[in-house]
Design a protein around this ligand. Structure first.
Ligand SMILES: Cc1cc2nc3c(=O)[nH]c(=O)nc-3n(C[C@H](O)[C@H](O)[C@H](O)COP(=O)(O)O)c2cc1C
Length: 185
């Protein structure tokens, strides 16, 4: 796929077919992810791949409960609080796979993992897959219980939970605000 098509065509996908994504396809996405630059070439990333649907359901429920418990009312726009409180809401939109990109703690763990995440999402789009970074999962995944489920050691921090799967329909583009530009001569 042409680079512009990838950058402009990728969308946060929130409706997935139940069809699983083949292991070799997920591996190819991770291979694209690790082509990202990393500070001091540390390549500190760490990937947890979860395709067990019952486990994804459990993480969704735990992450929702954690957010409701810890986020004071007003922390988000009201409609997000209502969404989280809805029993029917599944934070992973029933996607068949979740890849959590973590990174060894260091000066630039978040930056490194985030660059890998964008590569992974673009590569997914290039292969006809949808993806979405699920921030709603982050706070719980960072807890002791969350890290235990991911199997990451103490010196590794979960950064980017990304769902992957085949979209049920194309996602319309999301308009961008004009960027604030400050040209300094
Ligand atoms: C750090 C981060 C956290 C996000 N968390 C969520 C989330 O929890 N749930 C969700 O549906 N989308 C989430 N998104 C997706 C954004 O809502 C989406 O990227 C944005 O609306 C723009 O749409 P686009 O990606 O299709 O251009 C997140 C994106 C980022 C970068």
């Amino acid at each position: 796929m042409d680079l512009s098509e990838a950058i402009y065509g990728r969308r946060a996908t929130r409706a997935y077919a139940a069809a699983p994504v083949a292991k070799n396809v997920l591996e190819s996405l991770i291979d694209a992810a690790i082509q990202a630059p990393s500070a001091v070439n540390e390549q500190p990333w760490d990937f947890t791949i979860i395709q067990n649907i019952a486990l994804l359901d459990r993480i969704s429920a735990a992450a929702k409960a954690h957010m409701i418990e810890t986020m004071p009312r007003g922390a988000f726009p009201e409609h997000l609080h209502e969404t989280l409180e809805s029993p029917a809401f599944h934070i992973f939109y029933h996607a068949p796979a979740l890849i959590v990109i973590s990174a060894r703690v260091g000066g630039w763990a978040v930056e490194n993992a985030t660059l890998a995440a964008e590569n992974l999402m673009l590569a997914a789009h290039g292969q006809g897959l949808g993806s979405c970074w699920i921030g709603f999962a982050q706070r719980w995944l960072e807890t002791k219980d969350g890290k235990q489920v991911l199997g990451v050691p103490d010196d590794v921090v979960p950064v980017a939970p990304i769902i992957i799967g085949y979209p049920t329909a194309p996602t319309p583009p999301v308009p961008r605000h004009p960027p604030q530009l400050r040209w300094i001569d």
